[in-house]
Design a protein around this ligand. Structure first.
Ligand SMILES: NC(=O)c1ccc[n+]([C@@H]2O[C@H](COP(=O)([O-])OP(=O)(O)OC[C@H]3O[C@@H](n4cnc5c(N)ncnc54)[C@H](OP(=O)(O)O)[C@@H]3O)[C@@H](O)[C@H]2O)c1
Length: 415
């Protein structure tokens, strides 16, 4: 199949791996299209030559337009269920094309697809839909350890099984192999590449290497397994997945994860080590990066109108100062309960049509964002817009203070 004149569609283009796939392809002059649920936001972080289009894997019909004129496709499956995979595979197979799927190393060909978890089911959907395929069966990503970013600056990382040794893979190695398969489909058709880092490194040693990269010591402290399981389940929102992961890590102290030479064999240079990864990501472990993460997540939720999820980013004793909501008195509200109650009061008589957000603008433990609410005051039927600027202070990965400045005072509401 000649795909040289085709655009490559990258699904997951804003993710750890996809962003490197996009940059590498675009850097080599290949036409690239990126799929994103929020194209405006994605455009801000992708090269300007990239065509960014809207689409959502949970709504397979949205892919049809995105696939217009597209040859190869980079696919990931960011869900714990393969529910929509057969429908997505059918849309992908509407014309002959090659799909490079970011699968997982625990998929085994001698087992039924359903025993191979969600990755096995997605692989099965692709094989049976009739597209050309390459499976990138990735071991654990080194980026998983970014979850320690909020702890590393304290000099201590807590987790279960510090002696568990993992062959974590650098996302740029995955992207490099993906680009090979996308640009040389014939050379990789029907291949399932098992991709790992170049060696197995214990979790305690990973923490030490982060310390080395950021220039101050980080040590590992073993966390009780039950507590770790609860933390992981809460973070992932999937208890069964968390239980499997913890049970698997328990085995790795005795039996380090296997290492493959696939990255080196395919790229002609050694796979990047965990030490390389820690150096590449040192900035992610520093306080400024933590503020940036909170700011990005907060603004993303606000932009998507997911106001009910915002409370999870607020510290329990958060303070909100918004004089113009109370007729000029500098009233402070304290704690998430009071703040949520105030938001409910302000929105009680309001129908929100759209929220436009500029920002975030981070600096020095704080960030600002500008919001414009297009809304109707339901008792009077008056449609208006309100603009506010908020300044947030972040500590320990949570918002501890919000100071609100309005251009126009918000429409008086009841109470
Ligand atoms: N972590 C591991 O150890 C590991 C190991 C083996 C395999 N994997 C596979 O690798 C995947 C993660 O790759 P990653 O780290 O590069 O991704 P990531 O950083 O977690 O980013 C997820 C990407 O998926 C996109 N996305 C989320 N929901 C979507 C939807 N409904 N429709 C379309 N796109 C959607 C997001 O795009 P927008 O938000 O811009 O729409 C984003 O680009 C996992 O899902 C897993 O299947 C992971």
């Amino acid at each position: 199949m000649d795909t040289t004149n085709d655009t490559t569609l990258v699904i997951g283009a804003t993710g750890n791996v996809g962003r490197h796939v996009v940059r590498t392809l675009a850097g080599r002059g290949h036409p690239v299209r990126a799929l994103a649920r929020d194209p405006e936001r994605a455009r801000a972080s992708l090269p300007s030559s990239v065509d960014v289009v809207a689409g959502d894997l949970t709504r397979p019909e949205t892919l049809t337009k995105a696939l217009d004129g597209v040859g190869p496709v980079f696919l990931l499956w960011p869900f714990f269920s393969a529910e929509h995979a057969p429908a997505v595979a059918t849309v992908l197979a509407a014309r002959p094309r090659h799909v490079v799927y970011l699968s997982a190393a625990n998929v085994r060909d001698d087992r039924e697809p359903s025993v191979n978890g969600v990755w096995g089911e997605v692989e099965h959907a692709l094989r049976t839909a009739g597209v050309g395929w390459t499976m990138l069966r990735a071991g654990g990503f080194a980026t998983n350890t970014l979850e320690w970013a909020d702890l590393a600056h304290t000099g201590v990382v807590r987790g279960p099984y510090g002696a568990a040794a993992r062959s974590l893979v650098h996302e740029r190695d995955l992207a490099d192999v993906a680009v090979q398969a996308l640009t040389d489909p014939a050379g990789h058709a029907g291949a399932a590449h098992v991709l790992t880092g170049p060696d197995s490194v214990t979790m305690a040693e990973q923490a030490r290497l982060i310390g080395e990269a950021i220039g101050h010591p980080v040590r590992w402290v073993d966390q009780p397994v039950d507590e770790a399981r609860d933390d992981l389940a809460a973070r992932l929102g999937d208890r069964a997945f968390a239980e499997n992961a913890i049970a698997y890590w328990a085995t790795l102290a005795e039996h380090p994860e296997p290492v493959t030479d696939t990255v080196e064999r395919l790229t002609g240079r050694p796979a990047r080590s965990y030490r390389d990864w820690a150096v590449d990501h040192a900035a992610d472990f520093l306080p400024a990066a933590r503020v940036r993460r909170v700011a990005d997540e907060y603004v993303t939720l606000m932009r998507a109108g997911r106001l009910d999820e915002v409370a999870a980013l607020l510290a329990p004793n958060v303070v909100r100062v918004a004089p113009m909501e109370t007729g000029g008195d500098p009233v402070e509200r304290r704690g998430t309960a009071e703040i949520v109650e105030n938001a409910d009061r302000l929105l009680a008589d309001i129908e929100l049509h759209a929220v436009t957000v500029d920002g975030p603008f981070p600096a020095d433990g704080r960030f600002a964002a500008r919001f414009r609410f297009d809304q109707t005051h339901t008792p009077t039927g008056t449609r208006s817009s309100t603009t506010k600027l908020s300044l947030y202070t972040v500590a320990d990965g949570l918002i501890v203070r919000e100071e609100v400045f309005y251009y126009d005072a918000p429409q008086a509401s009841t109470g």
